[in-house]
Design a protein around this ligand. Structure first.
Ligand SMILES: Cc1cc2nc3c(=O)[nH]c(=O)nc-3n(C[C@H](O)[C@H](O)[C@H](O)COP(=O)(O)O)c2cc1C
Length: 277
């Protein structure tokens, strides 16, 4: 059975829950802003991502409250002072970040409420967060309102002017090490994701090579009842069906596919191919 939600004909019950629990995991922008009177604000937004490298553009979206159609202070602030600092949220600060998302009044400084340390920014007025290992000083280039009703988002287009990276999260060749970074993501309801050795794995995709594609796999492999789509995709990442180099084996098709499955699990795709040929 498939549940459908006919949004076009006005069925919006549960839309927030379905959208926010389906589009996951989301990175979290911890956004520091100030209003025209200099009041500081710090709030998390998981409707967030990077959308351009040159120029470097990050976008987050404060959504109008469904309950009373009011706007978030962060949105009010970037319309007054077109600057912000976006910090990233790691496991050790996630609980404090959650605390900062309470509906404090506009004059309340969430740095103080949630126990964060302000560091003066170099190029913009809002301070950055000392406890976050990555901070982006940004100017706000544009704000695009997507609607006027409760639930409407406003895209805040932020151009990165300066990036601050704590070197302790860098690994070899000065590349950000995901295990050192320990980033946290947002899922539906109250769920968050951690970045652990158990939850991360690599998909090696040599950009120098063009895979043959699943449609070019020999039919008996493509229609296997034993190999999954992921396993077929590993085999189909080879440029072409390899030549048979190993001795003929006397396994039947089922046995071949089971053995290839085991080899693929061990990361031995060339050996898996040889069994299948
Ligand atoms: C992890 C997390 C992510 C959130 N993401 C969003 C979001 O993307 N958009 C939004 O409008 N509110 C989001 N919220 C809720 C806001 O942080 C919350 O409404 C906050 O009070 C807004 O503060 P402000 O009015 O000071 O800007 C999120 C809350 C948490 C804890």
């Amino acid at each position: 059975m498939i549940k459908t939600i006919d949004v076009v004909s006005g069925e919006t019950t549960g839309l927030y829950q379905y959208l926010s629990a389906a589009i996951t995991p989301r990175p979290i922008a911890f956004v520091s802003t100030i209003d025209q009177n200099g009041n500081k604000n710090l709030s998390p937004f998981s409707f967030f991502n990077v959308f351009s490298i040159n120029p470097p553009i990050l976008i987050f979206s404060p959504v109008r409250r469904v309950r009373n159609n009011t706007s978030k202070h962060t949105l009010d602030n970037v319309l007054q002072v077109k600057e912000c600092v976006i910090s990233l949220v790691t496991k050790n600060i996630a609980q404090q970040v959650s605390l900062s998302s309470c509906e404090f009044d506009a004059e309340t400084n969430e740095f103080e409420k949630a126990g964060f340390t302000e560091v003066n920014s170099d190029l913009v007025n809002p301070p950055r967060v000392k406890e976050s290992p990555i901070n982006f000083e940004c100017k706000v280039n544009d704000v695009i309102h997507l609607g006027e009703e409760g639930g409407a988002g406003s895209l805040v287009l932020c151009e990165v002017l300066k990036m601050h990276i704590d070197e302790s999260i860098l690994g070899e060749n000065n590349v950000i090490d995901p295990f050192k970074l320990n980033i946290v993501s947002r899922l539906g309801s109250n769920w968050y994701g951690k970045t652990t050795k158990e939850s991360l794995y690599e998909i090696v995709k040599p950009i120098s090579r063009i895979g043959m594609g699943i449609d070019n796999l020999p039919e008996n492999i493509r229609n296997s009842k034993i190999l999954t789509g992921s396993e077929l995709a590993i085999l189909a990442s080879a440029e072409s069906v390899p030549d048979k180099k190993s001795e003929e084996n006397n396994l039947n098709t089922t046995e071949k596919h089971k053995k290839a499955k085991r080899l693929l699990k061990e990361g031995k795709s060339e050996d898996a191919w040889q069994i299948l040929l």
